[in-house]
Design a protein around this ligand. Sequence first.
Ligand code: FAD
Length: 511
Amino acid sequence: MNKPIDDILIVGGGTAGWLTAAYLARRLGGLRPDGVRITLIESSEIGIIGVGEGTFPTIQNTLRTIGIDEAQFMRGAGATFKQGIRFVDWKTAPKDGVHSHYYHPFASPRLLNGGLDLAPYWLLGAAGDIPFSDAVTLQDKVCEAGRAPKRLDDPQYGGPMAYAYHFDAGKLANLLRDVGKLTGVKHLLGNVTAVNKAKDGAIASIATAEHGELTADLYIDCTGFAGALIGKAMGGEWIDKSDTLFVDRALAMQVPYDRPDAPVSTTTISTAHEAGWTWDIGLPERRGAGYVFSSRHTSEDRAEEILRGYVGRAGDGLTPRLLKLKVGHRARHWIKNCVAVGLSGGFLEPLESTGIVLIEAAAYMLARNLPRHGGFEAAARQFNQAMTDRYLRAIDFIKLHYCISQRADNAFWTDNRDPASIPETLRDHLEMWKHRPPNMFDFPNLHESFKYFNYQYILYGMGYPTQVDPAAHDHVALARADFARVQEAGKRAAAGLPDHRLLLNAVHGRG
Ligand code: FAD
């Protein structure tokens, strides 16, 4: 019997729970009498993971849809502007104190003649020795100069540069909770102690110590790594991906600035080390820093030494928090009347901020494709295929950063180049990209968070040797002129945009 969906119960109040709740309430009519009723229950004893401070530009649309104004978001979540990622020492290990770096900017590359890809011309040397992302976007120069992506008087959610945000994960969950409640989400504090199943294997109710039995038509599991509904109750299979992505531990720290007006980076700084990488995220009042590493390739003591070495004196007296990470994803994210969103559905290391992007994707699909009038099976199959595709494509993209590195200072790096650890789809792409750059036909799937140019930024930032045929590219003169124009426009953009810290002071109403 198909039963209409009138009630949704979300279990868990981290980023996944509150983002999904606030988004669904807005899209499915949380305040309308005929809308879907949404309840969120979260434990007051089990905390949220509290990391996850970097996002993707998709977050702008999500926040706008939820109904949060940009300044309200920035103040409420303690946010700064993120324009991409600065990758340090990923290509080669530092030598004699000399470090390499490249950017993965959010901007899409300029196209030649309104449509032609500049990558082959860059590969043919038409841009001289200008790094790839600097040659095809304005954003490297803006980031390098510490400039914000927009001015104070630019309209909200947009500006001359593409951008997302860094924020405080705890503050974001609180903000989304406040907004979610205003848009009709019923909020309960309580612990789910048992999940009761019906004869057909669907969830019949959940038992809580504080509120007794709770029932709904659809249950959304946002309980984080616990996977209390999708895993423990529904027996959803977990596909382990630690043979591809080796990072399985994190040491996290909140690091103070040495002075209140210290510059705030407008990119996530990801620095490669012997068995993993450090993240460094600039917030208005502190930095979020941490080392994610492979426990098969280093010890926790050595990892702490690396993190302390990176953070320097700013870390004195601070104790890093150790997190054990389960790398992989569910075989099915939607089983019967239970859907997993967030860490309960999967976790991939945070190299490209895929955690929140995957939560957003799940929330968009649920909002648009919810079988409001019953009949879960087709919707579940479609959702499961889409989420699996998204995870697999994100795994390829993350793995790319490791498997084309030339580092050899630890087995961590050489193991990452073992073909057996590289998904076949990525191996095939890398083979083809020996003779041509990635293009849009490589990624025909809608459920692809990363586009062909994201791959280009990583490949050519890391020096991947694609050999293109000069005879097939006869617009060299045009390309040269275009590369020169991009350089000039980049300088003008950097000169015309405000200092990131100064803009943040204005947005946050300080000094
Ligand atoms: P959690 O935050 O763990 O929330 C779980 C919720 O479930 C809590 O409210 C808890 O109280 C509740 N709960 C659990 N059990 C019960 C129960 N029995 N009864 C009631 N309630 C229960 N993502 C990004 O997009 N960008 C990043 O830069 C990024 N960096 C990361 C860095 C690290 C080191 C890690 C580990 C992750 C990172 N992520 C990042 C991923 C991101 O943190 C998560 O995707 C995101 O926070 C969502 O978490 P969650 O809401 O699924 O789980």
